[in-house]
Design a protein around this ligand. Structure first.
Ligand code: SF4
Length: 197
């Protein structure tokens, strides 16, 4: 069975509406913001590309470099879709969300520990090798817990939460580029010599 067949089977067994991050999936299939209702006067979005462009900015008009960050704009709807298009739409809005969730659920994909991620770096993130546990701990609290809807499974060793039939959890199996950049900034700040008066 491939991942699309798995997804179709899962959808058939789980009644909608279903939440994924800030999204709500409706029968049909339709996607809109979870705080909107499909019967509201929502603006139809003609294509996935248009939707992805729309969701690049948050509700305050600011760029969202981290796709898992809350603050998605409201007032739109996308559909009707078949199960396959729904799969690709969700994967586009929350990159690899379904692949990672299904892979993790079926024990095909495992979290990648932070050391392995850093050892693979050849560029500017190599400096994170010098970051101690306390720094990475602080970074995961500030960035992953504080700014992201995905559940970090590569640092916390906590079991997956929020896995109920009416929702699909957003799992995080490896440190993302946004995290690496923010952690690098934290490390550089920490290593800066203090100016004496
Ligand atoms: S590393 Fe942290 S910030 Fe990045 S996607 Fe995962 S949980 Fe979110």
């Amino acid at each position: 069975m491939n991942i699309l067949e798995y997804w179709q089977g899962w959808l058939a067994e789980n009644p909608l509406p279903i939440q994924v991050g800030e999204l709500q999936l409706w029968e049909g299939y339709w996607i809109c913001h979870k705080k909107d209702v499909l019967t509201d006067p929502l603006v139809p979005i003609p294509s996935l590309l248009d939707l992805k462009l729309k969701l690049r900015m948050d509700s305050k008009g600011l760029f969202r470099p981290l796709k898992g960050k809350p603050g998605m704009v409201r007032g739109w709807k996308f559909g009707p879709l078949d199960a396959e298009s729904l799969f690709y739409a969700l994967e586009g809005i929350y990159p690899l969300a379904l692949t990672h969730w299904i892979g993790y659920k079926e024990k095909i994909l495992l979290p990648v520990d932070f050391k392995s991620t850093i050892q693979r770096q050849v560029g500017m993130y190599q400096i994170l090798e010098k970051g101690d546990e306390t720094l990475i701990d602080r970074a995961t609290r500030e960035i992953c817990l504080g700014q992201c809807l995905r559940q970090n499974l590569w640092w916390s060793n906590q079991p997956l939460i929020g896995s109920k039939p009416s929702s699909i959890p957003l799992v995080c199996l490896e440190a993302c580029p946004f995290f690496l950049e923010q952690a690098r900034k934290l490390l550089l700040k920490k290593r800066q010599p203090r100016c004496s008066a």
